[in-house]
Design a protein around this ligand. Structure first.
Ligand SMILES: Nc1ncnc2c1ncn2[C@@H]1O[C@H](COP(=O)(O)OP(=O)(O)OP(=O)(O)O)[C@@H](O)[C@H]1O
Length: 628
């Protein structure tokens, strides 16, 4: 048996990245740190920061300079008080003027450098975010369908929105909060130690309660963050689900229930936020209290040391000014730490996205689709498939041969594996065993772009993208001219209704007045196929009922699109099955009947049963889903 025909579960689309997404969420919830997650996060961070190394160094340089200038100012004020004022009292205004001028210069320099730093770091932050957003989106959109089908709903959107936002928040406040606060604190303590050791000792002693308070705050806010994060995820998921399924929500009158559930989630969120607000408030108040205690203690000790001749009044003033500088950024640092842990968890989750296994690798050495006289031969050779290593086989050794230009209808009960078969043929998944060939080429060996133009899939409810009707028809062939587009629309009989739209082919499909009906969307989708002229067409027939004229129009269009190309139709109506050259009845992943519809209908197999059931149920007047 050739190797590629053997069961190969290692190539199975694993439960893919989705459980990882969950795991990353758990990580954010404070479970023990996983080295791999952190490594991925750091790697992502490195690749983001690497091109900015120079600009970052310059930003740090600006922050350093700003802090040096800011640290000098209180010293100049001290000198002005201790030397300038007594001299001025003696009638010599020179020193005081000089100190005042120097302090003014230092103050102006601080302000200018701060302006420069903020602008510069703001630009860096936006560049990083821009890069992160684009790369995450570009990567996520290319992830194989197995990833998206297995990922919890809304998780990719959450990566792209709230996780990127958490990084944005830390970057916006981060560069400023981190560099300025750190430099300012370290610098201030150094100058204090130089100015007066006992006074500096008092300040440092008060760092002990400050440290304990900060630790308490860190633990509490991490817990509060976990709760708000969980609540946010649930809100995003519920909102996404409600709006993605808005038709079902309204059809089943679930508006009230869904709103009530959201209210509950919002209440949980509000409670969690209030708790985190209380923690922050307590921390802020605590820091202020310790800060003011320092001031009071320094004032008392300072007075004592001035009285004993160890300190001058100016130096005491400088100390008091420094204490302010010391305590101001602590608040900032704490909220930075908070934002940092949010961003770090966000980056971990984004990192997981980047490391999702590629279950549909592009061939390293792609082969072109062979140019054959009659293109469109499809072969399934002993195809085995299961969605995850843990789930049962949907297809367990399927052999199938579709002749060029043949129209094959797939019918079967729900869950029989029809959509799975279609997804395999479109290479949205790879078989776990065996192979599928198109004109002799294994689908896995054909370059992605070529395969996409060779095999075209029309889903039940064709998706129209924002843009004009013309853009939507040209989806599979962006270089098509307007004449090509009109010709394709004419071929499927869509030209009439498109011309009647307010702006014809340029009408925006999502604008009011140009809303298209289900049948019209089908026609646009068929025009797409006509234009991209694939060798193989896979069609998941629409189940939503259309009125008789529309249905006739779609069927006529279908006839034209089917002409000359191989087609696999997942038929939900026996009317469609009847127009096929051949019908395949699928049951539990096995073809139980295969033959022309008329022959099968006349026999006594499963299709004949379905057919008779359909005839008696509808009296042959309307179409009816084959498998019901
Ligand atoms: N993304 C998925 N992950 C895991 N299992 C899946 C997935 N999609 C389908 N399955 C399973 O594979 C089997 C075949 O499903 P498939 O959608 O191919 O059936 P179908 O014949 O197209 O049914 P229907 O007519 O209802 O669309 C089912 O048992 C289903 O539960």
């Amino acid at each position: 048996m050739p190797e590629d025909r053997q069961e190969n579960d290692t190539a199975a689309p694993r439960p893919s990245g989705a459980p990882d997404v969950d795991r990353a969420a758990d990580e954010a919830d404070g479970r023990p740190d996983d080295r791999r997650l952190r490594e991925r996060r750091n790697q992502l961070l490195r690749t983001l920061l690497a091109p900015e190394r120079r600009r970052l160094t310059r930003a740090v340089g600006l922050a350093l300079l700003e802090n040096v200038c800011a640290l000098v100012t209180p010293l100049l004020i001290a000198a002005a008080i201790d030397r300038g004022v007594p001299a001025a009292a003696d009638g010599r205004w020179g020193p005081l003027t000089a100190y005042a001028a120097l302090a003014l210069t230092a103050g102006t320099a601080t302000a200018t450098l701060r302006y420069g730093f903020l602008r510069y770091s703001g630009n860096i932050a936006q560049t990083l975010l821009f890069r992160l957003r684009c790369r995450t989106f570009a990567h996520a959109v290319r992830l194989p369908l197995s990833y998206h089908e297995a990922a919890p709903s809304g998780s990719v959107v959450a990566r792209l929105s709230s996780d990127v936002e958490s990084v944005e928040e830390v970057l916006e406040m981060g560069l400023d909060g981190l560099f300025s606060a750190l430099f300012s604190m370290v610098g201030t303590v150094a100058v204090m130690l130089w100015l007066d050791l006992p006074m500096a000792a008092v300040v440092l002693a008060l760092f002990i309660p400050l440290y304990l308070l900060t630790r308490w705050f860190r633990d509490r806010s991490r817990r509060a963050y976990r709760r708000t994060r969980g609540a946010t995820e649930r809100i995003v998921q519920h909102t996404g689900e409600t709006y993605n399924g808005i038709r079902a929500v309204q059809a089943f009158r679930k508006e009230g229930e869904n709103t009530a559930r959201l209210r509950e989630m919002d209440a949980t969120y509000a409670t969690a936020r209030a708790a985190s607000g209380r923690v922050s408030a307590f921390f802020s108040g605590g820091v202020k209290l310790i800060g003011n205690l320092s001031l009071a203690l320094l004032l008392a000790l300072g007075a004592f040391r001035i009285a004993s001749g160890h300190l001058e009044a100016g130096a005491l003033t400088a100390f008091l000014l420094y204490v302010h500088r010391l305590y101001d950024p602590i608040d900032e640092l704490a909220s930075f730490a908070n934002a940092f842990s949010a961003a770090s968890a966000g980056l971990e989750r984004i990192g997981v996205l980047f490391h999702a296994p590629d279950t549909l690798p592009e061939p390293a050495d792609p082969r072109p689709l062979p140019a054959v006289a009659a293109p469109g031969r499809v072969r399934f050779e002993d195809v085995r498939f299961r969605y995850t290593a843990a789930s049962p086989h949907v297809l367990a050794g399927l052999d199938l041969d579709l002749a060029p230009a043949e129209t094959v209808a797939l019918v079967g009960t729900t869950g029989a594996g029809k959509s799975t078969l279609a997804k395999l043929l479109a290479r949205l998944y790879d078989p776990t065993g065996g192979r599928i060939t198109l004109d002799g080429a294994d689908l896995r060996e054909v370059a992605d772009a070529e395969l996409r133009s060779g095999v075209c899939m029309v889903t039940q409810e064709p998706f129209l993208f924002s843009g004009s009707v013309a853009d939507n028809i040209a989806l599979g062939r962006p270089d098509a001219t307007r004449e090509d587009i009109v010709a394709a629309a004419e071929a499927v009989g869509a030209h009439g209704f498109i011309s009647a739209l307010p702006e014809g082919y340029d009408s925006d499909v999502h604008k009011r007045g140009a809303g298209l009906s289900a049948g019209q969307r089908q026609l646009v989708a068929l025009a797409r196929v006509m234009l991209s002229a694939p060798r193989v067409l896979i069609l998941d027939e629409a189940t939503s009922s259309m009125d008789a004229p529309t249905e006739r129009a779609v069927h006529t269009a279908l006839h034209r699109v089917l002409a000359g190309r191989t087609a696999l139709i997942i038929a939900h109506s026996l009317t469609t099955a009847a127009i096929a050259d051949r019908v395949l009845v699928l049951e539990n992943g096995v073809v139980v009947e295969d033959g022309p519809p008329a022959v099968l209908a006349a026999g006594d197999g499963p299709f004949a049963g379905l057919y008779r059931g359909w005839l008696s149920a509808t009296d042959g007047r309307t179409h009816h889903p084959a498998h019901h």
